[in-house]
Design a protein around this ligand. Structure first.
Ligand SMILES: C[S@@+](CC[C@H](N)C(=O)[O-])C[C@H]1O[C@@H](n2cnc3c(N)ncnc32)[C@H](O)[C@@H]1O
Length: 232
């Protein structure tokens, strides 16, 4: 990983904002991911994220914290927060913005237990592909205190396969339709291609059943997105 995501966050944080990140997937064209969005405050967050922050309690783990926006909000409310991210740049920026407890590591390397685990901005993306869902869910489960909760958001991206006539063109022999090859570039440099997983609520719930996690729908967003709460 070249950590272009982290590089872009650092540029923005250091006042060197000249361009946005460019993303695309194997089923969609290039789109820009505006850097200011990654530095959003509470009032500029989607309702699903605001709800996740309202429900957060106790000791919190922010997984894939990015620029640390959710961690900062909860820390300022007096909660004990730990922010982790595989991106070195993201962790550097979170520290610069004032997140006090950060670690540059992946979710599967975490071993402490928490009352609330947050995975926000398509949190299921971190699972990468359907074959890894149960490994990630089982690990998340091992990080939960007795009355703990996992708050995770995602979207049903079936709409991305709809043509003008209302028909769907997805290949039923291919894997699950939310499993995407994800490409990112910044300042004319290309990141190593990644896998990024979007999960519809029913598929997430089925996966939770197989590892004995309860899965409830907390809130639906405006565009096929939702917030789920997983508990023991
Ligand atoms: C879409 S960004 C979301 C950032 C932040 N949560 C937000 O809402 O602004 C996804 C983040 O997850 C991080 N990430 C990806 N895989 C990870 C993993 N296995 N463990 C921890 N962080 C991961 C990426 O580096 C990136 O910062």
């Amino acid at each position: 990983m070249k950590d272009l995501f982290g590089k872009a966050l650092l540029d923005y944080q250091n006042g060197n904002y000249t361009e946005d990140l460019i993303t695309s997937t194997h089923i969609s064209d290039e789109d820009s991911l505006p850097l200011p969005y990654l530095f959003r405050d509470y009032k500029n967050m989607p309702k699903l994220e605001q709800e996740a922050l309202k429900l957060s309690k106790g000791k919190v783990l922010d997984v894939g914290c990015g620029a640390g926006s959710h961690s900062l909000y909860l820390q300022n409310k007096g909660l004990k927060v730990k922010a982790i991210d595989v991106s070195q740049g993201a962790i550097a920026v979170s520290k610069l913005r004032g997140v006090t407890h950060t670690e540059n590591k992946g979710l599967l390397e975490e071993t402490e237990q928490f009352d609330t685990i947050l995975l926000l901005m398509n949190g299921t993306g971190i699972f990468q592909e359907t074959a890894k869902i149960s490994q990630y869910l089982q690990h998340l489960k091992s990080l939960l205190k007795a009355n703990g909760q996992i708050l995770i958001d995602s979207s049903d991206i079936k709409y991305m396969y709809e043509d003008e006539d209302g028909g769907f063109w997805m290949d039923m022999n291919a894997g699950y339709y939310g499993e995407l090859d994800y490409f990112l570039s910044y300042k004319n440099e290309k990141e190593v291609p990644m896998k990024w997983l979007y999960l519809d609520f029913d598929t997430l719930k089925l996966a939770c059943d197989t590892v004995d996690l309860k899965c409830e729908l907390v809130l639906e967003g405006e565009h096929y997105d939702y917030l789920a709460r997983l508990t023991l």
